[in-house]
Write a protein that binds this ligand. Structure first.
Ligand SMILES: Cc1cc2nc3c(=O)[nH]c(=O)nc-3n(C[C@H](O)[C@H](O)[C@H](O)COP(=O)(O)OP(=O)(O)OC[C@H]3O[C@@H](n4cnc5c(N)ncnc54)[C@H](O)[C@@H]3O)c2cc1C
Length: 629
């Protein structure tokens, strides 16, 4: 009972803003019949994701979800945990494609028809942005949309081989009877003059699978791990009507060839892809969702797997510090990553409430650094869990391999996490230097029960790294690129310290509101996180940075915190709000030992073999895991 209450309180702390939406999405996924036999091979997970998407679509209330960041984030998180292929598909269909169409200033004619088709499940979309030669440098897209004064429409063309669209999911949908349109980003040219990048609505594939004239599409070779229909696409003078120029500011070209209501020139390309900003938030949440789920699987495994103790007898891995220590480190990182998502989500909600400029650099940079933090965290967590699961970790049914593939996609899609974090770090060069030696000298003693002192240290570290960056930048010569090349690493470390510190503060603020038991757990996790930050990044503070004053070694504090937290590993991962009953791993109420023995006993039992030659499991046997009472 105390266990469940603690988990419940901690979940409130982590996901307070969206627990209702999370519960609703969990119920929806549960009712959609996503349960599956862990033994069964999924031959085509990409196709299954489309089928699942089309099954969910009528129940999603997608048009409302798209305009509500908390709902949108919760949808992406919960679907990713259950089926990463589906989560990846939703980032395109719901946020990017539906979101862009709904943002349109005018939703009539061809835009209305595409929207109807999408919502009715007659069509799917593609977000057609990246080119072979242009991924992170979106300002330089080469695809052209030339205004034709004869009919007021536009002619889309791929002028060079580097302009070929690379990665967008343009191929015919893998389910029959579904057409495909694209939101294609191209340089708008009027009277020979480039006027900025704009999205254009382009019908790509008919419902019988025929690719439209002037368009060449070739699915890219297989990407191991994550099934998505990423393709190459070329346009050869494809005509679209005047209605197909999309813009949330109502951009159009009038009868005299004059561009009306253009997207503001400052940050034009970024404003044109406005949904990507929210997409980065969703992807940050998805990366954290795979960290959460991976840890829950690891905790289930640690309860069931035992080893031979050196003094005799068997010991469950859940009681072996060498096993649980690294997992607890990963739990601490995941809590802070989840707090970073909360921070960014709050900023979005606030910007919307205050009618602030959502494309402004403040929010852009916050979400970019959040994506960098969460995708880096997910890499560490997935790697740790994969290895801690031993041979169990290599199987699809124990999820980690697919989770790691999702995390890899998350690190690159919708803006390479590293590049966008560098861009955010670059902008921070304009911020003031607030470091003084007083920041270091005033630090109090940092012990295992002083989370506030550790927060002060995180703050001092952030200030110091910013100071070193600015100091080095000020003494660097050369052009803009040369000066940046000289400090990129310092600037990134300072920006990372900044987002880490802010996320840790969010976690501390939320922890303070909890009852005694879960508050202590959250604070211990926070302290463990800070201790490890110092262990991992301490060298950044040499020669004169703010080292924490500690009464014992960092190593001893880490080990002590592990021993305090280890008995609560179950509560800590149970608080991560996973969809109950929808993760068919082998670590369920029937242990993996029972399940493997049972599956073997079915050989020759007369049960019909499956496509892969494995026997069918007894219909009544439940392989569900995470079903909470
Ligand atoms: C699974 C997946 C799905 C995708 N889906 C879509 C989609 O639906 N539609 C679409 O249009 N695109 C899609 N993409 C493409 C994605 O948006 C791009 O991959 C992404 O923007 C990064 O571009 P890039 O791959 O060209 O990387 P690059 O821009 O080539 O970056 C690669 C590396 O080069 C270095 N680098 C690049 N720029 C800089 C810089 N300014 N400073 C320092 N170093 C730099 C960094 O080390 C960086 O990590 C998808 C990608 C993936 C992986």
């Amino acid at each position: 009972m105390v266990f469940q209450e603690n988990a419940h309180n901690l979940a409130d702390q982590l996901f307070g803003s969206r627990r209702i939406a999370t519960a609703r999405h969990n119920e929806l996924l549960d009712n959609a019949g996503f349960d599956q036999d862990w033994w069964a091979v999924v031959q085509n997970p990409g196709k299954r994701a489309y089928e699942r998407y089309l099954r969910l679509l009528p129940h999603l209330a997608a048009t409302e979800i798209v305009s509500n960041p908390a709902e949108l984030v919760a949808l992406h998180e919960q679907t990713t945990i259950v089926d990463p292929h589906l989560g990846a598909l939703l980032t395109v269909q719901v946020n990017l494609v539906l979101g862009t169409l709904l943002e349109q200033h005018s939703r009539t004619g061809e835009v209305a028809a595409a929207l109807d088709d999408l919502l009715a499940g007659r069509a799917v979309g593609a977000y057609v942005l990246t080119e072979v030669g242009h991924g992170s440098d979106l300002n330089n897209l080469e695809t052209v949309a030339e205004y034709d004064p004869a009919d007021g429409g536009f002619v889309l063309h791929t002028p060079t081989d580097t302009a070929v669209k690379f990665m967008p999911t343009t191929a015919p949908a893998p389910v029959e009877g579904i057409s495909r349109f694209g939101i294609v980003f191209a340089r708008l040219v009027i009277d020979g003059v480039a006027r900025g990048n704009y999205p254009f609505l382009v019908r790509l594939v008919d419902s019988d699978g025929t690719v439209r004239p002037g368009i060449t599409i070739r699915p890219l070779p297989e990407k191991p791990g994550l099934a998505m229909d990423n393709s190459l696409t070329r346009f050869d003078h494809v005509r679209v009507s005047s209605e197909c120029l999309l813009s949330h500011t109502g951009t159009r070209v009038d009868d005299n060839g004059v561009l009306i209501a253009p997207i503001p020139a400052d940050n034009q390309a970024w404003r044109a892809i406005s949904r990507v900003r929210l997409g980065r938030l969703c992807i940050s949440a998805m990366a954290t969702a795979v960290s959460r789920s991976a840890l829950a699987i690891a905790a289930g495994h640690a309860r069931q797997r035992d080893i031979a103790g050196m003094g005799g007898g068997r010991i469950p891995l859940a009681q072996v510090p060498a096993h649980t220590g690294p997992l607890l480190d990963a739990v601490a990182d995941t809590y802070v990553a989840a707090a970073a998502v909360e921070l960014a989500l709050e900023a979005f909600t606030q910007a919307a409430d205050e009618h602030a400029d959502e494309q402004a650099p403040v929010l852009t940079d916050l979400v970019s650094l959040t994506k960098y933090l969460t995708t880096s965290t997910a890499l560490r967590v997935c790697n740790e869990v994969r290895d801690r699961l031993g041979a169990q970790g290599v199987f699809a049914h124990n999820q980690i391999v697919t989770y790691r593939a999702l995390r890899d996609a998350a690190a690159t899609a919708e803006g390479d996490s590293y590049v966008i974090a560098l861009q955010a770090a670059y902008r921070r060069l304009a911020l003031p230097d607030e470091w003084t030696s007083e920041s270091r000298d005033s630090l109090g003693s940092c012990d295992i029960d002083t989370p506030e002192a550790w927060l002060d240290w995180l703050s001092a570290r952030e200030q110091y790294l910013q100071h070193r960056t600015l100091e080095t930048f000020a003494t660097t010569g050369g052009d803009r690129q040369e000066r940046w090349d000289a400090v990129y690493d310092l600037a990134l470390a300072a920006a990372d310290a900044h987002i880490t510190h802010r996320a840790a503060r969010v976690m501390a603020d939320r922890a303070r509101l909890l009852p005694e038991g879960p508050r202590r757990l959250a604070e211990n996790l926070l302290t463990l996180f800070a201790v490890r930050q110092c262990l991992t990044h301490g060298a950044d503070l040499l020669p004169d940075g703010p080292f924490p004053k500690t009464p014992r070694s960092l190593r001893d504090m880490r080990i002590q915190l592990h021993s305090m937290l280890a008995p609560h590993l179950g509560e800590l991962v149970d608080s991560l709000d996973l969809p109950p009953g929808l993760l068919p791993t082998t670590f369920g109420p029937d242990t993996y030992v029972t399940q493997y023995a049972q599956s073997l006993s079915e050989v020759g039992s007369g049960a019909p073999p499956r496509a892969n030659g494995a026997p069918v499991r007894a219909a009544s046997r439940g392989f569900r895991v995470f079903r909470r009472s």
